[in-house]
Design a protein around this ligand. Structure first.
Ligand SMILES: *[C@@H]1O[C@H](CO)[C@@H](O)[C@H](O)[C@H]1NC(C)=O
Length: 394
C-alpha cells in the first residue's frame, strides 16, 4: 500500500472519529429543558422536528409494515430530515397483558381479516410477523434508534382505533374508557419497558384531552400524577402535557403553575389544524386572529420559560384548499418565528384499516400510499427543520 494512500486512510479515520463525536454530542441523551429550550446533556439546544407515526389503530402495529421494510421507512424519515418520531400507542397495549404479550402481529391482523397485510408483512418485514404486539413496538423503536431518530411515546387513546371525537369515551379522565388509575398503571409499565432505551426521549401523557367531562381541576390532579408516575420509573424522559379542547387550550396554566417534584423535564404540547380554534381562514384578518389566539392559548408558555411542542399540525398534501393554504402560510410563519419544537401529522402513507376502510390513504401524510416516496416534497421543504435562534441564557 502506498504511503499517500495511508495518509488518506488516516485522514479518513480522523474525519470519521470527529464525525462520530459530533453525532454523539447531538445525540447526548437524555434531554432536559433549559427555560423554553430542549437541550442535550451538553446543554446544547435540540430542536425536535418530528413526524407522527401512528401505531394506535386496531391492529396495534406501526402503520406501513405491510408496505415497506421498517429500515426503509426509517431511512426515509431521516432522508426527509425529521430527527424524531411521535409514536402513538393505545393504553390497552400497556394494561392488557394478553394483548401485549400473547397476541402476535399475525393474530392481530387475522382477527381483523386483514390477510393482504399479513402477506405484505411476511414479504417486507418477515421478522415481525410472529412477534407479540409489544415486541413489535419495541422493534420499531430500536430500528429508529439505530438510525439516530429520537422517539416520543404518545398515549393516543385507550381502545385501539381511529381518534378522536368528543364523545368517544377516550377523551377525559373518568370517561368510559379512560380510568385514571389504569392510565397511571399503564404509564408505569410503558415507562419501565422503555427505561434505558436511550432514543426514547419523551412521553406524551395523553393525546387531545376533550369532551364533556374535561375540567381544569382534574387536569392538574391527573396530569401531575401521570408525570410523577412516569418520572418515578423513568427519570430520563421529558414529560409532555396536552391541553384541553383537543389540545388547543393551555391558557389556564397562565395563572396556576403545574406542580411537580422534579425540574427540567416539563414540556407542553399544542395541536392546530385549519379547522381548530374557530378561525375563518377565508377572511382577510385570519392570520392576525390566529396569532392573537395562539398567544393566549399556549404561546405565552414560551415567555414563561417552558418548551412548546406543536405535536400535530398539517394539511391535505394532495389537494390543498385555499383555506388550508391560508392557514399553513400563517402557521408556518408563526412556527418559524417562535422557533417551537414540532411534529407533523403524519408519516402515513396509508393505514391498514381506518374507520373500516382498508389501505386508507392519508392525504395529510408525508409519504405516498405505498410508503415509498415523499408525497409532496415542496411542502416538506417549507417545514422549519432548523433552529432559528441560538440557545441563549447559558
Ligand atoms: C385483552 O386483550 C385480549 C386480546 O385482544 C382480549 O381478548 C381481551 O378481551 C382483553 N381483555 C380485556 C380485559 O379487555
Amino acid at each position: 500500500m502506498a504511503a499517500g494512500h495511508n495518509h488518506h486512510v488516516l485522514d479518513l479515520c480522523l474525519f470519521l472519529t470527529t464525525a462520530m463525536v459530533l453525532l454523539q454530542n447531538t445525540m447526548a441523551y437524555p434531554l432536559s429543558t433549559n427555560s423554553r429550550w430542549i437541550v442535550n446533556e451538553g446543554g446544547q439546544r435540540v430542536k425536535l422536528a418530528c413526524v407522527n407515526w401512528p401505531s394506535h389503530l386496531q391492529p396495534v402495529v406501526a402503520e406501513g409494515l405491510s408496505q415497506q421494510p421498517v429500515t426503509e421507512i426509517a431511512n426515509r424519515i431521516v432522508a426527509m430530515k425529521f430527527n424524531c418520531v411521535r409514536l402513538t400507542w393505545p393504553l390497552e397495549l400497556a394494561i392488557n397483558d394478553t394483548l401485549a404479550n400473547s397476541v402476535t402481529v399475525r393474530q392481530s391482523f387475522q382477527s381483523l381479516g386483514l390477510n393482504d397485510d399479513i402477506d405484505g408483512i411476511q414479504r417486507k418485514n418477515p421478522n415481525f410477523i410472529d412477534l407479540p404486539l409489544i415486541e413489535a413496538l419495541k422493534t420499531v423503536v430500536n430500528v429508529l434508534g439505530q438510525k439516530g431518530v429520537m422517539v416520543i411515546l404518545d398515549n393516543h387513546l385507550t381502545v385501539p382505533g381511529w381518534c378522536c371525537s368528543a364523545g368517544d369515551g377516550n377523551g377525559f379522565f373518568g370517561d368510559r374508557f379512560f380510568d385514571p388509575t389504569a392510565w397511571i398503571n399503564g404509564w408505569k409499565k410503558m415507562a419501565g419497558i422503555f427505561n434505558g432505551v436511550s432514543n426514547v426521549i419523551g412521553m406524551s401523557l395523553r393525546n387531545e384531552l376533550r369532551g364533556r367531562k374535561q375540567n381544569v381541576n382534574d387536569w392538574y390532579t391527573y396530569m401531575q400524577q401521570g408525570a410523577e408516575a412516569i418520572h418515578s420509573v423513568n427519570p430520563n424522559v421529558l414529560v409532555i402535557m396536552s391541553g384541553l379542547g383537543f389540545d388547543t387550550d393551555l391558557s389556564f396554566v397562565q395563572n396556576r403553575p403545574v406542580s411537580l417534584s422534579f425540574a427540567g423535564k416539563l414540556v407542553f404540547e399544542l395541536h392546530w389544524y385549519s379547522w381548530y380554534g374557530g378561525i375563518d381562514w377565508g377572511a382577510g384578518n385570519a392570520c392576525g386572529k390566529f396569532r392573537d389566539k395562539v398567544k393566549w392559548k399556549a404561546g405565552f408558555l414560551l415567555d414563561k420559560g417552558f418548551p412548546l411542542f406543536v405535536s400535530e399540525f398539517g394539511i391535505d398534501q394532495t389537494t390543498t384548499s385555499d383555506k388550508e393554504k391560508s392557514y399553513i402560510d400563517c402557521f408556518l410563519g408563526w412556527m418559524a418565528e417562535t422557533d417551537v419544537d414540532w411534529a407533523l401529522w403524519a408519516l402515513t402513507g396509508s393505514y391498514y384499516l381506518r374507520d373500516g376502510a382498508r389501505r386508507a390513504d392519508e392525504h395529510f401524510g408525508a409519504l405516498t400510499t405505498d410508503w415509498i416516496l415523499a408525497r409532496n416534497p415542496y411542502f416538506l421543504a417549507r417545514l422549519p427543520f432548523r433552529a432559528r435562534s441560538a440557545l441563549r441564557g447559558k
